[in-house]
Design a protein around this ligand. Structure first.
Ligand code: FCB
Length: 460
């Protein structure tokens, strides 16, 4: 089967027509990707500080020591966010800044930064949307075994409580984890992300402990919170299309979906792991280390599901067991080489609303890297990014029209930043960052996004 491309003239089509009233608009970032100030005010190294020093791990050996220097430029960055007219800003809290070493008391200087950020946002009329874990595990906890160890889940819940003690009076929406698939699979199986391990059974242990950490933190936060509290988790997902009706292609798509989506959402929403996935991973020598009571903790009720979407794939099986080959789709790609598949976004959202009903969704990330070129003033006329975002917002609208409960959209990313293993080579920002001068210049996509948000409000 092939997947349909969608390309219309972004400038003329009304991309927001099918979105509900009070739709939430935002921009997103994460701590290690923008903050810099890696060794300031008591922050200790995270697994990303360590991994970035491993020769060959990150493009050109780049790291987040300075990044966008957001730690020192936060008030101006909040002003930039305000100028875009968004309702909300999704940022993450750096665990080793708030609780150096991952154990012990809160670091007042570290949490003070987020305290000021929240106040600054509220004063600008922008709602803070907190992510507690966007991949920066304190190095000491990795040295003690990392996410494959059960204790890390308990450490995470404790850290979550410290952040909530500081910000819970002003922050309504709390996302525990960003993309646990990346933490577990890219970090512990494929070795492409920190901590760079390559052990599939460890990665599956990490999956369970990440989910357990989510549940423990969620329960602790809800117990401490006022009525005005929302618990969420953010998953990266895609539609897995089979290359044909042949059994082995259908099975390859089933396995891909199982390991990326159902292994997370089934326990979170339905309170059990999918049997086929448990069987698949057992054939690969892995076990989910579930203890009595864990699934009840993991399925603590969610208020919102964060959906991160970038691309979808066509899957083909092979002769070897568990073979999953990604078939060339022939669709246009971004600078990451990722196929541009807005139809996969619609299909995903409709399918999620069918399989996990009653769970409101917010798009917590969507966006694209392209080969930007800036003019003498630093302006980037990024028409491909405008088209990508427009097509994907329209795809959300199609899902809403088909009955999906989607309540918001955050563009990834507010500004160019440290793109993990790609270093500063790939630019996802709607605002350009000149890393020499730290000048921020809104790209055409930022201006288009601002105008689209404004127009969508006027229509209602
Ligand atoms: C997501 C990450 C985010 C960013 C985008 C491009 O997987 O959550 O930090 O790197 O991809």
């Amino acid at each position: 089967m092939t997947i349909a491309g969608q390309r219309e003239d972004a400038a003329t089509a009304d991309v927001t027509a099918e979105l509900p009233a009070n739709f939430l608009w935002g921009v997103a970032t994460s701590a290690y990707q923008i903050e810099g100030a890696a060794a300031e005010d008591g922050r200790t190294p995270s697994i990303w500080d360590t991994f970035a020093r491993v020769p060959g791990a990150v493009h050109l050996g780049e790291h987040g020591d300075v990044a966008c220097d957001h730690y020192h430029r936060m008030p101006q960055d909040v002003e930039l966010i305000r100028s875009l007219g968004v309702d909300s800003y999704r940022f993450s809290v750096s665990w080793p800044r708030v609780q150096p070493g991952g154990r012990g008391p809160v670091n007042a200087a570290g949490v003070g930064f987020y305290d000021r950020l929240v106040d600054e946002l509220l004063a600008a009329g922008v709602a803070p949307w907190v992510t507690l874990y966007h991949w920066d595990l304190p190095q000491e906890l990795e040295d003690a075994g990392g996410w494959p160890e059960r204790d890390t889940a308990h450490r995470f819940a404790e850290y979550a409580g410290l952040v909530h003690d500081a910000l819970g009076d002003r922050v309504r929406t709390w996302t525990t984890l960003n993309e646990p698939w990346c933490s577990a699979v890219l970090g512990y199986d494929q070795g492409l992300h920190a901590p760079g391990r390559t052990n599939f059974p460890d990665a599956m242990r990490a999956v369970h402990h990440l989910l357990l950490g989510h549940g423990l933190a969620g329960q602790a936060l809800r117990a401490a919170a006022s009525a005005d509290f929302e618990l969420g988790i953010t998953l990266n997902m895609a539609t897995a299309y089979p290359a044909s009706d042949a059994a082995r292609d259908v099975d390859a798509a089933r396995r891909a979906d199982g390991l990326s989506t159902r292994i997370y959402l089934d326990p979170l929403v339905h309170g059990h792991y999918p049997e086929d996935v448990v069987r698949d991973i057992a054939e690969r020598g892995a076990v989910l280390p579930v203890r009595d009571g864990d699934l009840e903790i993991i399925s603590t009720p969610l208020d919102v599901l964060g959906v991160n979407y970038y691309s979808s794939h066509v899957h083909a099986g092979g002769d070897a067991p568990h073979e999953d080959r990604i078939v060339e789709s022939g669709l246009p790609v971004t600078a990451m080489g990722w196929d541009i598949v807005p139809q996969g976004f619609t299909d995903l959202l409709v399918r999620l609303s069918r399989d996990y009903p009653g769970l409101p969704m917010v798009i917590t990330e969507n966006g694209a890297a392209f080969e930007d070129s800036a003019d003498a003033d630093g302006f980037v006329d990024d028409v491909p990014r405008v088209e990508y975002i427009a097509d994907h917002i329209r795809a959300v609208g199609s899902a809403v029209a088909a009955g999906a409960d989607v309540r918001g959209y955050f563009a990834w990313s507010l500004m160019d930043n440290f793109e993990w293993a790609y270093g500063y080579d790939k630019r996802f920002g709607i605002v350009r960052v000149d890393y020499e001068t730290q000048t921020r210049t809104p790209k055409r996509s930022a201006l288009w996004y601002r105008d689209t948000i404004r127009a969508s409000r006027e229509e209602r």
